[in-house]
Design a protein around this ligand. Structure first.
Ligand SMILES: *[C@@H]1O[C@H](CO)[C@@H](O)[C@H](O)[C@H]1NC(C)=O
Ligand SMILES: *[C@@H]1O[C@H](CO)[C@@H](O)[C@H](O)[C@H]1NC(C)=O
Ligand SMILES: *[C@@H]1O[C@H](CO)[C@@H](O)[C@H](O)[C@H]1NC(C)=O
Length: 308
């Protein structure tokens, strides 16, 4: 009898000890899941909206340059058209206005100002660098309002590292992939044929029942990046850097993932092993080093959150 009683006391003490441990643990900062990502440290504060720009930033950033073509007649100035028509070598004389008119008979022009000052829109710009492999950034990327991807970005099989959501996919016809319904296609046009490509496929792309919205990046915005940001290094900016600048113009907070070489210095994509795929760096169409140093500067000035 006495023995049973002692047993009960011991059990009760054990139970107390366990309960005490349970309540005590979080206060000591010892969570049962030390690696669990916290949803609370998600990028919530609008870092980029409230701070004043440095001289360096203000000499480059120009909010009056609209990132998208809107279908307004003569929105492209003649110096923009002249520059843009030579991007991929000498070009025939084209009736650009006619192409644009045709384009916006099949496309809906984007409505209003993309940048809403009363809303803190958070955006993740997800590059295709091999440094994303094993990063575990997937959940963090998906927490953003908008998730911007580009070119041949892949998701299936890489969800843990690159996330699952896409709201905007930047590409040009040669880098086109099929998009999930509901994803905005942002075409980065490098030549008149790119616009004709959309004009001729537009009806197919925006077919019901789940329309894919097609947005066209403005050649004026490309020229602005070329003049004011990369400052004529490379022939024209890369799709990735263009997507980043787009975000800087339409989002209040920009997080940047998957840009730059991986930890071994290779410039390959996260879905492939080919370490020679960085050969584009030597063609000098884009100046990857200049673009990367701009990204580092933007991060240093708190304009973007750069996840290495
Ligand atoms: C930004 O600059 C303006 C004028 O120069 C000043 O009134 C304002 O307080 C500054 N804001 C911040 C967040 O530093
Ligand atoms: C910003 O861009 C607009 C339109 O291209 C231009 O008129 C203006 O001069 C630019 N602002 C500055 C400060 O250069
Ligand atoms: C951008 O570049 C143009 C042309 O080189 C220049 O006139 C302008 O002042 C620069 N800065 C901004 C903010 O537009």
């Amino acid at each position: 009898m006495l023995c049973q009683r002692r047993m009960q006391v011991v059990l009760a003490l054990c139970l107390l000890l366990v309960l005490w441990q349970c309540f005590q643990a979080p206060r000591d900062g010892i969570s049962p899941f030390p690696q669990a990502p916290s949803l609370l440290d998600a990028p919530a504060a609008c870092l980029t909206a409230s701070t004043n720009g440095s001289t360096w930033f203000n000499a480059r950033y120009n909010t009056t340059v609209g990132p998208l073509l809107t279908g307004t007649a003569y929105e492209l100035s003649s110096d923009v058209v002249q520059w843009w028509l030579t991007l991929q070598g000498p070009s025939r004389v084209v009736q650009l206005q006619a192409i644009l008119r045709q384009l916006f008979t099949v496309l809906q022009a984007p409505s209003g100002n993309m940048r809403n000052p009363n809303h803190c829109r958070t955006c993740a710009v997800v590059g295709n660098s091999g440094r994303l492999k094993g990063s575990g950034h997937g959940l963090r990327i998906d927490e953003h309002d908008w998730v911007l991807r580009m070119n041949r970005a892949k998701i299936a099989g890489f969800e843990m590292d690159v996330g699952m959501r896409t709201t905007h996919h930047f590409m040009y016809p040669e880098s086109a992939v099929n998009l999930e319904p509901g994803v905005h296609l942002v075409l980065v046009p490098f030549k008149p044929l790119d616009l004709q490509w959309v004009a001729s496929r537009g009806e197919y792309l925006i077919a019901p029942p789940l329309p894919t919205q097609v947005l066209i990046l403005s050649p004026a915005f490309l020229k602005y990046i070329h003049d004011n940001w990369t400052q004529h290094h490379g022939r024209y900016p890369s799709t990735g850097f263009t997507a980043l600048l787009f975000a800087l113009h339409v989002c209040q907070q920009v997080s940047v993932f998957g840009f730059g070489a991986d930890t071994e210095g290779n410039w390959h994509h996260y879905w492939e092993e080919n370490r020679w795929s960085g050969a584009f760096r030597r063609t000098r169409v884009h100046d990857a080093d200049v673009e990367f140093s701009l990204i580092e500067r933007l991060a240093a000035e708190g304009r973007i959150l750069f996840y290495r």
